[in-house]
Design a protein around this ligand. Structure first.
Ligand code: UD1
Length: 422
């Protein structure tokens, strides 16, 4: 028995939706709450399986976790007494790598399997490790485990060879309680990094420069309690915007920070969509022509790699040739074969996908192999002729909260079914 999503084709989005808290900030903020004996109260957390798994992991380490009556998560890490997060949970969650930085930071030790998560091709963590070792950690990597130990951590000057969201945040987590000053150069500038830095600073850390390419951290002896509201998820917002555009529909995406969506707004306008941008909402207007695009993914503020699969579906609607060059995860193209099964005409040349748009897609049985590829298949199902059965929902549930309910607010029906075979 497995769960599938039945997507009836030729549906047009019309409605409004409030964006949830940002997954990629939340999955770092929960581990960051291990850095203090004080109480963390975290609101606007998305109810996604990545968060449920982190709650389980933190509890297994000895943290006391509950939800208060406002629905915020209350984390008390005073009782944490284990530094070996359970492998079976860690393996299911890429962001479990943040437990390295936080446990090393507070307890100076951690033993954890190499992180699992979405298969987007090779995802090394050498830059994380380089940072930890510069701060004074001894690193052992054997039999798929990473063991980090330090007598003490000391501030250091670290230059990242690759712009990495994970390494930037992880080194920040380890450095806030280190002795002295840490400077991390060539860091990623994603809004989620700024959110994590704000969380740390609210606990009493001294982090400056988050959101630029140099972060400076003055270590402190201890951190205290904190209340924090997670920023809106720009990737979820972008998914809904692209879905509205692809179906020729109209949608108001509410509770967003429009500045975080600049690259997406710009590309949707280039494709021919009309958009209205309010102080905390974006309206995608109905029925515009589709023009082909040349699009390249880059670290923020470039076009996000996480929206590359959804935007590829949109470009199948644009007559002519579109080009998408994937510069962040060179092999993040596993959705292409499934889209071709639905009638898309896409050719891969190295890290570039060439999309011959203007051919109608047809519903098919497709398999989500990763989170954002899964979101792309939902959009593909909505614009195609006939019915689409989407398998691999566990990937989608990792990052989107009850996706079928979210889309129902946008006036389209997705049906979660439990069955052997369609
Ligand atoms: C994070 C996001 C993910 C997003 C990605 C890029 C989380 C939990 N996930 O993933 O949704 O798609 O950023 O915006 O926030 N790299 C190295 N060595 C390292 C680390 C990274 O070579 O030590 C390379 C990666 O292989 C990749 C590039 O750097 O090619 C960027 O990866 P990174 O920003 O680290 O992605 P994640 O943090 O894994």
């Amino acid at each position: 028995m497995s769960e599938k999503l039945l997507i009836t084709g030729k549906q047009t989005i019309k409605g409004r939706v409030k964006v949830n808290g940002a997954k990629n900030a939340a999955v770092a903020i929960l581990p960051a709450a291990l850095l203090t004996e004080g109480q963390g109260v975290i609101s606007n957390l998305p109810r996604i399986t990545d968060i449920h798994m982190l709650v389980e992991i933190l509890s297994a380490l000895g943290a006391d976790i509950s939800f208060n009556k406002e629905g915020s998560l209350v984390v008390n890490s005073a009782g944490v007494n284990r530094f070996d997060p359970p492998p079976q949970l860690v393996n299911r969650l890429r962001a479990s790598y943040y437990l390295m930085g936080s446990l090393l930071g507070r307890f100076k030790q951690v033993e954890i399997p190499m992180p699992g998560g979405c298969d987007l091709g090779p995802r090394p963590i050498d830059q994380h490790i380089k940072g930890f070792s510069a701060l004074g950690a001894q690193v052992e990597m054997e039999r798929g485990m990473v063991i980090l130990k330090a007598k003490k951590l000391t501030g250091a000057h670290i230059y990242l060879d690759v712009i990495s969201v994970g390494a930037t945040i992880n080194i920040m987590l380890a450095a806030v309680l280190a002795e002295g000053k840490t400077v991390i150069e060539n860091v990623a500038r994603e809004p989620e990094i700024v959110d994590v830095a704000n969380f740390l600073n609210a606990m009493g850390a001294h982090v400056v420069g988050a959101g630029t390419d140099v972060i400076k951290i003055q270590g402190v002896k201890e951190l205290g309690g904190v209340e924090h509201n997670v920023i809106p998820d720009r990737i979820e917002a972008g998914t809904f915007m692209i879905a509205a555009a692809a179906t020729g529909g109209e949608a108001v995406i509410e509770e967003v920070i429009p500045k975080h969506l600049d690259s997406i707004i710009a590309k949707l306008r280039e494709v021919g969509k009309e958009l209205e941008v309010g102080p905390d909402w974006i309206k995608v207007m109905a029925n515009n022509p589709f023009y082909p695009l040349d699009l390249k993914t880059f670290p923020y503020p470039g076009f996000p790699t996480d929206l590359q699969p959804p935007v590829m579906v949109l470009l199948t609607m644009a007559p002519g040739l579109s080009f998408i060059t994937e510069n962040v995860f060179e092999r993040r193209f596993r959705h292409v074969d499934e889209l071709c099964k639905m009638g898309a005409k896409i050719k891969l040349e190295g890290r570039t996908a060439i999309i011959e748009g203007g051919h109608e897609l047809t519903g098919a049985s497709v398999q989500a192999g990763d989170l954002r590829g899964g979101a792309a298949f939902i959009i593909a199902g909505l614009i195609s002729e006939g019915e689409t059965y989407l398998d691999g929902l566990e990937h989608i549930d990792r990052g989107y909260e009850r996706i079928e309910e979210r889309f129902s607010g946008l006036g389209v029906k997705l049906q979660r079914i439990t069955s052997e075979k369609p």
